[in-house]
Design a protein around this ligand. Structure first.
Ligand SMILES: Nc1nc2c(ncn2[C@@H]2O[C@H](COP(=O)(O)OP(=O)(O)O)[C@@H](O)[C@H]2O)c(=O)[nH]1
Ligand SMILES: [Mg+2]
Length: 302
């Protein structure tokens, strides 16, 4: 299945709801008419785009309709697609130039961190990279076991310690192992207990210091995994992590499970951190590199 079809399939629920509503609102366009713009803003807000981003998109559209003299729903739809894509920012690949480089994966419990790491490991393996996973969620033995299953599936190495051990020590050992074995990328899994926020942030800090010290100058990505079905609540978590963990990207999971794909726009406008991948299912190949234009087109497409 092509890349684009996969987005469209993953967005099936969103398309049924958000896309249909946007398209039927656009179909009602009969020239500059305040009611049309209000309806459109409401549809965007109901689709989790968020108040601010919805207002901004509609404002831009209002101006475009006026300045370019747009007529008819096809022209308006094309203009909205460009505006929405523009709001999502530039597409950028992960920087993983150094050997080894590091991907630190953070986020609260249950959002899909471990699953995403498995999918990423497979994607990188398919690009010919040697991948090593660090089982930094030492809170439950089951977490390292789950990561072990993914390591096997993806053909990646794994470094794990006993339940309850220090995650920073796991990362230290993973870095030594990666150097010794010539691994290209280390992907670090972490625990996500937010009920004890300062504890969690301290733990992430300690991991970060170990990476700084053991791999100075190495390329590092810090990806926050967010569950799309949690809607606007997820954004509050994201702001916390942004403050303490210095994010370089977002992975938005479970986009297959929500009718409100608009959360992608709220993330871009509120956080200013680019969405790098979207998860559209539980299988190994259900992770898609995020492309703003493709996403906007798929969202508005037939
Ligand atoms: N439908 C769907 N389920 C997902 C996706 N990503 C992860 N999951 C499921 O979400 C649950 C929690 O995932 P897990 O990786 O253990 O989350 P973690 O606690 O953050 O490590 C599991 O049942 C996963 O299969 C996704 O993109 N779509
Ligand atoms: Mg996990």
């Amino acid at each position: 299945m092509g890349f684009f079809d996969k987005i469209k399939e993953g967005l099936a629920r969103t398309k049924q709801s958000m896309t249909n509503k946007i398209n039927s609102t656009i179909a009602s366009f009969t020239g500059e008419n305040e009611e049309f713009f209000e309806d459109l803003e409401e549809v965007l807000i109901l689709s989790d785009v968020g108040g601010e981003a919805s207002m901004e998109a509609v404002e831009q559209l209002r101006e475009k309709v006026k300045s370019e003299g747009l007529r008819g729903s096809e022209q308006v739809k094309r203009a909205l697609g460009q505006i929405l894509a523009g709001m999502l920012g530039e597409n950028r690949e992960l920087s993983l130039g150094t050997k080894p480089s590091v991907i630190l994966v953070v986020g609260v419990n249950g959002v899909g961190k471990t699953t995403t790491i498995g999918k990423l490991a497979l994607m990188l393996r398919n690009q010919g990279k040697k991948v090593l996973l660090a089982a930094g969620d030492t809170f439950r033995a089951a977490a390292a076991e789950q990561l072990g299953v993914w390591a096997q599936r993806a053909g990646a190495d794994i470094v794990r310690h006993e339940e309850g051990s220090d995650p920073a020590a796991v990362v230290f050992d993973a870095i030594s192992a990666a150097k010794a074995r010539g691994a290209d990328v280390i992907i670090v899994d972490t625990a996500g207990r937010l009920h004890n926020k300062s504890n969690l942030m301290n733990e992430l800090n300690k991991i970060s210091r170990v990476i700084d010290r053991e791999l100075p100058g190495a390329d590092r990505e810090t990806l926050l995994v967010l569950d799309a079905t949690t809607g606007q609540n997820g954004l509050m978590q994201a702001e916390e992590f942004k403050k303490y963990a210095g994010l370089t990207g977002i992975v938005l999971t479970k986009l297959d499970g929500t009718a409100k794909g608009g959360i992608v726009f709220a993330i871009a406008s509120r956080l200013g951190v680019p969405v790098r991948f979207v998860g559209v299912g539980e299988k190994a190949d259900d992770l898609i590199p995020f492309d703003p234009m493709d996403f906007a087109t798929a969202l508005l497409g037939e």
